[in-house]
Design a binder for this molecule. Structure first.
Ligand SMILES: [Fe+2]
Length: 183
């Protein structure tokens, strides 16, 4: 896998009329050879969002989940494509309702799977495995500079979130496990 070529292919696909579907095709092709992705991006060793592209119209990063890591319900306010290259991501899908959010669906993503989430999706994510999970996450907008929401995992109270808040959660996960976010 050539990372620069992959990013360029995603940028070009993102200009198509159905950008999400076109980008998903590029992503699905990449994670269909997961060992090539690991060779290019490295074997996961700590939680993190390893950014490959950050622009106003497209964000691409490798999300690395520590063993059994959980991320509370959150929205993105832009479409998202997720492709797994090692491990597994279990998604619970939530719907906004009159009194908050409620869970309504689930999808377990295994190595080689690519999934699409619509703009209004709310999901929580678990790595159920005793080893690291790595997925390429692609968003149809500026993931890091968009104000959005997350929900307290215990009370389901809605709280403000954005890229910095999510990054902080991944860094705290490393601190909790004695891993160095900056190494
Ligand atoms: Fe997400």
């Amino acid at each position: 896998m050539d990372v620069d070529r992959f990013v360029e292919d995603c940028v070009i696909a993102n200009r198509e009329s159905d950008a999400q579907a076109a980008v998903k095709e590029v992503l699905a092709r990449a994670v269909s050879t997961p060992n090539a992705v690991i060779s290019a991006l490295g074997e996961p060793e700590k939680a993190g969002l390893d950014v490959l592209l950050s622009s106003s119209t497209l964000t691409i990063f490798a999300a690395i989940w520590t063993p059994q890591m959980n991320l509370m319900p959150h929205d993105h306010l832009m479409w998202a494509n997720i492709g797994i290259y090692t491990g597994r991501e279990d998604n619970i899908f939530w719907k906004r309702s009159a009194d908050g959010i409620r869970a309504y669906g689930a999808e377990a993503l295994f190595v080689g799977d690519a999934a699409s989430l619509p703009e209004d999706a709310v999901h929580s994510v678990t790595n159920p495995l005793l080893r690291f999970t790595g997925g390429i996450h692609i968003y149809g907008g500026d993931f890091f500079d968009t104000a959005r929401s997350q929900w307290n995992p215990e009370t389901l109270d809605e709280e403000p979130s954005d890229g910095a808040v999510i990054r902080g959660i991944f860094e705290r996960e490393n601190a909790r496990l004695g891993l160095d976010s900056n190494s």
